[in-house]
Design a protein around this ligand. Sequence first.
Ligand SMILES: Nc1ncnc2c1ncn2[C@@H]1O[C@H](COP(=O)(O)OP(=O)(O)O)[C@@H](O)[C@H]1O
Ligand SMILES: CCCC(=O)OP(=O)(O)O
Length: 374
Amino acid sequence: MQQHQPYRILVINPGSTSTKIGVFENELCIFEKSIRHDTQAIAQYNRVIDQYDFRKKVILEQLNYEGINISKLHAVCGRGGLLRPIEGGTYEVNQPMLQDLKMGYNGEHASNLGGIIAHEIANGLNIPAFIVDPVVVNELDEIAKFSGVPEIPRKSIFHALNQKAVARKAANDMNTTYENVNLIVTHMGGGITIGAHKNGKVIDVNNGLHGDGPFSPERAGTVPAGDLVSLCFSGQYYRDEIMKKLIGQGGLVAYLQTNDAVEVEKRIENGDEAAQQVYEAMAYQIAKEIGSMSTVLSGNIDAIVLTGGLAYGKKFIEMITKRVNWIADTLVYPGENELQALNEGTLRVLRNEEFPKTYPNDKEKERTIYGERI
Ligand SMILES: Nc1ncnc2c1ncn2[C@@H]1O[C@H](COP(=O)(O)OP(=O)(O)O)[C@@H](O)[C@H]1O
Ligand SMILES: CCCC(=O)OP(=O)(O)O
């Protein structure tokens, strides 16, 4: 197989409130950009797939503006979306995956566009496209899957990529390994997920899309179930309208008409009491979920890790830590390591250090090393 030195990789991370892109040469990030999308820009699209042209255009325009020649790329990697539940790792984008991403097999989320856009750009350049640790990585303990309604098992839908990348970083900073620690990792972005990481596995986590947990900048989180059923059958709303109340138009957007925590913090500084109350309530619900995960780990917790865009907000972090600091020490890693994690997963495969996995997981299927069948 031909060896390339260095590898140049484009990574694409569509989130609910932003599109983040990066270009790497081996481990070195030579360009990185986070493009924010305000609530109105996203709200005009009914389905996530309808955002395809808009998000792809934004990415290509940005690369062009920066003078980045995409013909020099060796691979493109996108954040993986709502596929079937699979184990973690790097997957080559294939037709079954594209089909599931396009139909939103497990629901609608911006990350569905990661693999699709990566494939589209890579295909034109005749290079491979990958996804790494998609949001459906499933390591739940069997006991965590019970919901109380057998037809509705709990699902693992969370910020797997960043939670695992930041958990490894935290373990490293604690002079140990991910496999040796118990952590409660809290990712706070457009969605919020809180995972119990036990010796390198996420044994329980709230379904941060349309399941449970705290409300977030744009999601409702847990809502009273009976009242939700009544709303669904009130005859006042179509299904899509209810779904939008839960995802996209819930949380901060519903209470304060913005998904931007920076804007909320400004309002609070200017004495807006409603903003203060809602922000405090979001922190309260996060703390409550951290408390819940502390019981999952039977109180054996090495650290609570806070990460994601909201972790930049110092006051917000204080609102959470004052309620959870009795559980364990808190480590704060603002932002996310997702672009680096996508790049590292791609590099491992390009360098033949790891097999790319085939979607859907079928260990008996033919395995390939990039460019070579074995
Ligand atoms: N400096 C900051 N202080 C407080 N909140 C911030 C800051 N920077 C970003 N945020 C907030 O973080 C949230 C987005 O987090 P992010 O992890 O980028 O989300 P996503 O990847 O889901 O789009 C937004 O509500 C944004 O306003
Ligand atoms: C679907 C879970 C991941 C998630 O919520 O991501 P964003 O915060 O980027 O929307």
